[in-house]
Structure formats: structure tokens, C-alpha cells
Design a protein around this ligand. Structure first.
Ligand SMILES: O=C(CO)COP(=O)(O)O
Length: 255
């Protein structure tokens, strides 16, 4: 946690979910509606096909919606792609950019991610910029260098709390059940905040959220959230089940 920063528990459904999954979203919305936690914000990044229907489901709850990627351009001949404006129009307030699965599956560079974050801002979306080292990079002692390079290259100038959230997701911790030690998470998040200071100035860096992502579960959420500079979570698999996602949000409240 960081004093003065309201935590955000965000779900990333990845390529999971059809209309049948909206029941889970309804349960999540109900959990927050019934006062689960006024101190924690909640966001679910559903597949783009569901944003518009999900908007109805979360309408009377504090739960907000995000996309999982957007194109760097506002519009054009880009068959199959989705613009930030389209996500906004469908009901999203946030969009994830530079998730490691996009960086790997679609060869997205830091410059691509930076352009997508700027496109998100232009459409009025908050960009959730993902960074994180691979297993080989960690084993090679290069974690902090990788994070420096990714923050320098993927976060546009002008980043501040109102338009940008950083998610630290060690690639080797995603979907594996493995998590870094408390000391490693603390070191990475402190390093990211220092790099944000270089990029955006100390004042903005101090108020920006830095989420942790990678095998966050109800059982480890409280321990992760208590770490300095960890301002919430980006939850993959455990966000698909309302009971797990709500338990994670609940764990955060108990810090
Ligand atoms: O990639 C993630 C969220 O964006 C993390 O996924 P898991 O929580 O399934 O490890």
C-alpha cells in the first residue's frame, strides 16, 4: 500500500467469457454494491465483445469496466482491431496496454505500447501499462534493468495518476501459481516508482497506482497488498470466479 492511494483490485478475464459469464460479473457487482468495500476500487477487463453488455450488469455498482488492448490509431483500415474510442463508447473507462501476452503473441514493442497508451488517453481512457521481467531476465539479474527500460519506453510523457496505472507482472508468475518473494515485490515496486519519478516527476509518481499481477489468489492477496508501493492487484484466473475475486478484494480491506 501507499499512504493516500486508494487501492484498485482489477480483473483481467483475458480470452475467457461469453454472455454466460455475465452471471459472475453480476455477483461481483452485487458484492461491491452491498458495501463490500468503499475504500477499494474494482475494475473488470472483460473481452471486448462483452463490454457493452457488461455495462448494463455493473450499471448501479461501483465496478468499472476495461478493455484488454486497443489499437494505437484512432481509426482506419485495421481489420479486426479495436480502437480506444470504441472501448470507451461501449462502456470502458480503462484499457490494459502492453500485457506480456500481447508483447509475446503480437510482438508488441515498448514503442507500440507507448503509442497505445497515448491512444487510450486521447479517447479518455485510463491506460494500465504492464511491465515485468521473464524468468530468464530474473535469473540473469536483469529485472530492474528490464523494468527501467519498459517504464522509459512504454509510459508516455504526461503520465499521471488520472490517466495511467502501472501493473508489475513478472511473466514467470502469470498463471503459474508462483509469486515473487515479498522482498522482490517491494524492490520491483520501489524501483518502478523511482523510474516513474524520472519520467513524470516526483509529485506525479508519488500518486500513481502500481498494481501487482501474477498468481494473485485469495490466499496471498493480503500479504501482497501489505507490501509498500503495492496499490492493488491485476488478477487473471482468480477474477473469473466472483467468489475468488470478492475474497481478494475483501482480503485487501483487512490490511
Ligand atoms: O496476467 C495476469 C493479469 O493480467 C495474471 O494472471 P494470473 O492471475 O492468472 O496469474
Amino acid at each position: 500500500m501507499t499512504k493516500g492511494i486508494r487501492p484498485l483490485v482489477a480483473g483481467n478475464w483475458k480470452m475467457h467469457g461469453t454472455a454466460a459469464s455475465l452471471g459472475e460479473l453480476r455477483q461481483i457487482a452485487n458484492g461491491f454494491l452491498h458495501g463490500l468495500d468503499a475504500d477499494t476500487e474494482a475494475l473488470i477487463c472483460v473481452p471486448a465483445t462483452l463490454v457493452s453488455r457488461a455495462r448494463e450488469v455493473v450499471a448501479r455498482s461501483p465496478v468499472r469496466l476495461g478493455g484488454q488492448d486497443c489499437h494505437a490509431r484512432a481509426s482506419g483500415a485495421h481489420t479486426g482491431d479495436i480502437s480506444a474510442e470504441m472501448l470507451k463508447d461501449a462502456g470502458a473507462s480503462h484499457v490494459i496496454v502492453g500485457h506480456s501476452e500481447r508483447r509475446t503473441d503480437h510482438a508488441e514493442s515498448d514503442a507500440d505500447v507507448c503509442a497505445k497508451a497515448e491512444a487510450a488517453w486521447l479517447a479518455g481512457l485510463v491506460a494500465i501499462v504492464c511491465v515485468g521481467e521473464t524468468q530468464a531476465e530474473r535469473e540473469g539479474g536483469r529485472t530492474l534493468d528490464v523494468l527501467s527500460r519498459q517504464i522509459a519506453g512504454s509510459v508516455p510523457a504526461g503520465a499521471e495518476a488520472a490517466n495511467t496505472i502501472i501493473a508489475y507482472e513478472p511473466v514467470w508468475a502469470i498463471g503459474t501459481g508462483l509469486t515473487p518473494t515479498v522482498a522482490d515485490v517491494a524492490e520491483a515496486h520501489a524501483h518502478i516508482r523511482a523510474e516513474l519519478g524520472r519520467k513524470a516527476g516526483a509529485k506525479h509518481a508519488a500518486s500513481m497506482r502500481i498494481l501487482y499481477g501474477g498468481s494473485v489468489k485469495p490466499a496471498n492477496a493480503a500479504e501482497l497488498m501489505a507490501i509498500d508501493n503495492v496499490d492493488g492487484a491485476l488478477v487473471g484466473g482468480a477474477s473469473l470466479k466472483a467468489a475468488d475475486f470478492l475474497a481478494i478484494a475483501e482480503a485487501y480491506r483487512e490490511i
